[in-house]
Design a protein around this ligand. Structure first.
Ligand code: F6P
Length: 324
């Protein structure tokens, strides 16, 4: 019987569990032995593997995190680490491995494929920063979590006529910030891609106040090179307004996956097994216009996507602030 393995790597993201469940159940349907590699590439180096079965994944579809756990493995980036990983895959008779993760994990998958390992990569990161695909697994849930929390906070800001500055995740990408800002109708958005300065934020807020807003909302990405307190200080000094700030942190990365992430995770889990069965490997799964596709793994990391200025300008229009 064939043996396929699955691992989650980098930061966890919502939808990884349902993806694992789909992988296990699809393997079972085709008499393939499903193996879970725990703690990502570090677990692979340390031969930390378990046989998976239906009972182990029975009710995990609604859970954030991952039952297989994750790691960010520095050792796997060394030649010795990679060689150990390859040896363990061979020793355990694994015919194909599915990697769920972000860009660092994709790099690792490319290195495994170069060693002759059959690899399928699945984009799993809340950051939406793998640009060959329109969406990464967990992004939709992370944005929904952020928006729900911002909505709650704005009720109390509104009651107090205060402004609010919220920092959201996204190490290399302002997408969480953009989508959160649009859905929560922020008066100002700050991201690295837009090159936003503190003066830009002050101007947006000034215009909003002139337009009658009493509790302006600013969403900033963690990829900006200034921090919450800098913005608070500038708004107090230049506009004399009282604001509060919150770093949303890991609330964005946990919690029950949305409908989109459940469907996306499930369908990619099924497809990963089907591709390996057809002897297709060295590819990554992605989504475009709501359809899954696969593409050579080594081209994925070079792909680039423009920041969605159309969406950003729609937000500015909502506040009667000029387009950029
Ligand atoms: O997984 C992506 C991400 O959540 C980024 O948005 C964030 O910068 C980073 O991971 C945080 O990493 P860690 O979990 O190692 O603190």
């Amino acid at each position: 019987m064939k043996r396929y393995a699955i691992l989650c790597s980098g930061g966890d993201s919502q939808g990884m569990n349902i993806c694992i469940k789909a992988f296990v159940n699809t393997c079972a349907t085709h008499d393939i032995i499903p193996i879970g590699i725990r703690r990502g590439y570090q677990g692979l180096i340390e031969n930390d593997m378990i046989f998976l079965d239906g009972s182990m994944v029975e009710n995990i579809q609604g859970l954030g995190g991952t039952i297989l756990k994750v790691s960010r493995s520095a050792e796997f980036r060394t030649q010795a680490g990679l060689d150990k990983a390859v040896r363990n895959l061979k020793k355990n008779g694994i015919d194909g491995v599915v990697v769920i993760g972000g860009n660092g994990s994709f790099n690792g998958a490319v290195n495994l494929a170069a060693k002759g390992i059959n690899v399928i990569a699945i984009p799993g990161t809340i950051d939406n920063d793998l640009y060959y695909t329109e969406r990464t697994l967990g992004f939709d849930t992370a944005v929904n979590n952020a928006v729900r929390n911002v909505d709650d906070m704005m009720q109390t800001m509104d009651a107090n006529s205060r402004g609010m500055i919220v920092k959201v995740m996204g190490r290399d990408s302002g997408d969480i910030a953009l989508y959160t800002a649009v859905c929560s109708m922020a008066n100002s958005l700050a991201t690295k891609e837009l090159g936003t300065t503190i003066d830009d934020i002050v101007e947006d807020v000034r215009t909003s106040i002139n337009n009658g807003d009493v509790s302006p909302l600013i969403i900033m990405s963690e990829n900006c090179d200034f921090d919450l307190k800098d913005v608070e200080k500038a708004l107090r000094k230049d506009l004399g307004i009282d604001t509060r700030s919150t770093d949303l942190g890991y609330i964005q990365r946990g919690g029950t996956p949305t409908m989109f992430d459940r469907m996306f995770g499930m369908n990619m889990g099924i497809m990963s097994v089907e591709l390996l069965m057809q002897d297709i490997s060295g590819v990554a799964i992605g989504i475009k216009n709501n359809e899954l596709f696969y593409t050579p793994l080594d081209t994925c990391l070079n792909a680039r996507r423009e920041f969605d200025t159309k969406l950003y300008n729609a937000l500015r229009t909502m506040h009667n602030i000029g387009k950029k």
